[in-house]
Design a protein around this ligand. Structure first.
Ligand code: TRP
Length: 484
């Protein structure tokens, strides 16, 4: 009897680690982190990002797991239950609600990018990149961005792939995906790293990523153009002015949430599977380290290639991974097979992340509205798919469509901004305040299994005073920044 119990607990604990790692490791690490670092000044961005992971991401992740495990339901109902338990104001359940929408919004552009990766599986497998130089790779990439038929096909395929897994309700089966895929993904990234050392310009890559220059993070160059608008400095404008900006700092903070899948209930939903007495803190630190290492290795591999090819700009934006890695695949021995495998791994990593984006909403529809899982999935994945079409068109027909109500951004950039820079940090802020200040400290200590442990006191202190204050300060400064 006791043997069985121990066995059950073990396997459950692993399910959580694998599912949460599957959720955390995805496009955020391999696609988004490198291009964000490239656009926002490199080393200083990376340093702030690492700082945010340690002082905000990990403490908040522990809090989010703890909420899920205590509530043991979908995020919306978990919050309802804990609000009732503590006799708190019903407004706190908005943490769950906001998460359902944040997940839907993220999914809409996430599946477009995953679609690019699927397309690259085929392009690489067909040998199109063999021997291609930076310029040829760039034009293949540009061609894809303008091919709406192909983009729609893969955006739709990825949405269906994700929907099927969510509808089957096999979040547990996903553990297996993560378990077998993750070692291969890490191995593939290290092979690319080795390529970068041998054929790329690793010295320049490392310097860019790890030698912080804070003036690049904190200042932007602007000028007032002929019609009186303040615009970014371009080659033709001559009266450039240096202006303090907190936007890149907020982006680094937001990315810490994005990459750890924090602030929208995904980790809460998975926390519900965690056994009562497994160690939350240790598990979360493991996931955090794994996630960070994967992002840094991807970044080093990509920038070593970027700096060996002057045609590719480090600040090239969302296309960075797609414009740099194929150059390596095209020139290395066995690159056609290895590259195909690599993009396949990226697709699977994206898949196991995407599931956690719509799971909270589906779980709520099933619990409260008594919907069939397939119908619930169809509603959520369908809405994300539809919204995703605007993200897909943001790189061609809608690239100039930057209306005021989207804060002057394309739909793609707006969806990213709204979620990474507003909803996720806000969700995290509320989670920190809820667990740090609103829940009974006795219950929290019990859940952490750490009554009186010195590390528990430190975590509590960080969660109460450091994480929320940092998020708040960055928010306020970035807000003032965008209003002035
Ligand atoms: N963390 C994933 C990545 O890095 C993306 C992701 C999955 C996510 N679920 C999430 C981001 C929930 C925020 C919230 O690719």
């Amino acid at each position: 009897m006791s043997q069985q119990k121990i066995h059950g607990v073990w396997s459950n604990s692993w399910i959580f680690v694998l599912a949460a790692t599957g959720s955390a490791v995805g496009l955020g690490n391999i696609w988004k982190f490198p291009y964000m670092a490239g656009e926002n000044g490199g080393g200083a961005f990376v340093l702030v990002y690492l700082f945010c992971i340690a002082l905000i991401g990990l403490p908040v992740m522990m809090a989010e797991v703890l909420l899920g495990r205590r509530g043991r339901m979908s995020p919306v109902n978990t919050m309802k239950r804990l609000v009732e338990e503590g006799g708190l104001h019903g407004a706190w359940t908005s943490i769950g609600w906001m998460g359902v929408f944040a997940g839907l919004f993220i999914m809409s552009f996430y599946s477009v990018v995953a679609g690019w990766a699927i397309n690259y599986v085929i392009t690489t497998a067909s040998g199109t990149f063999n021997g291609a130089d930076a310029e040829q790779v760039g034009s293949i990439w540009g061609g894809l961005l303008n091919d709406n038929g192909t983009l729609l096909l893969w955006h739709t395929t990825f949405s269906i792939m994700t929907g099927v897994i969510v509808a089957l309700g096999v979040t547990k089966g996903l553990g297996a995906v993560a378990r077998y895929m993750m070692p291969f993904l890490i191995l593939a990234l290290f092979v690319l790293l080795a390529y970068g050392v041998m054929k790329g310009n690793m010295a320049a890559g490392l310097d860019f990523l790890f030698n912080p220059d804070f003036s690049k993070l904190l200042y932007k160059y602007v000028e007032v153009n002929a019609s009186g608008e303040t615009v970014a400095c371009s080659g033709e404008l001559i009266h450039c002015e240096k202006q303090l900006t907190y936007e890149p700092t907020l982006k680094a903070l937001g990315h810490a949430f994005f990459t750890l899948s924090l602030g929208m209930g995904a980790i809460m939903a998975y926390g519900a599977y965690m056994p009562d007495h497994s160690n939350v803190a240790k598990t979360v630190v493991t996931i955090g380290i794994l996630d960070t290492v994967i992002a840094l290795v991807a970044g080093m591999a990509i920038f070593a290639i970027v700096f060996a090819n002057p045609e590719v700009s480090p600040a090239g934006g969302p296309g960075l991974m797609f414009q740099s890695l194929p150059i390596a695949f095209g020139s290395m021995a066995g690159g056609q097979i290895f590259g195909t495998l690599f993009f396949l791994l990226v697709t699977v990593a994206a898949w196991s992340s995407a599931v956690s984006l719509i799971e909270p909403g589906v779980a709520w529809l099933v619990e409260n509205k008594d919907y069939n899982r397939w119908v619930a999935t169809l509603i959520l994945a369908g809405s994300a798919w539809l919204l995703g079409i605007t993200a897909m068109l943001s790189f061609n027909v809608l690239s100039e469509w930057t209306p005021i109500f989207l804060f002057g951004k394309t739909p793609f950039n707006f969806l990213d901004f709204l979620t990474s820079q507003l909803m996720l940090p806000l969700g995290g802020l509320f989670i920190a305040i809820f667990v740090g200040w609103k829940m009974s400290k006795t219950i929290v200590a019990q859940e952490m299994d750490a009554e009186g442990h010195p590390l528990f006191e430190i975590w509590m202190f960080v969660l109460r005073y450091i994480s929320p204050v940092l998020v708040g300060v960055v928010f306020v400064f970035a807000l003032i920044d965008s209003l002035s």
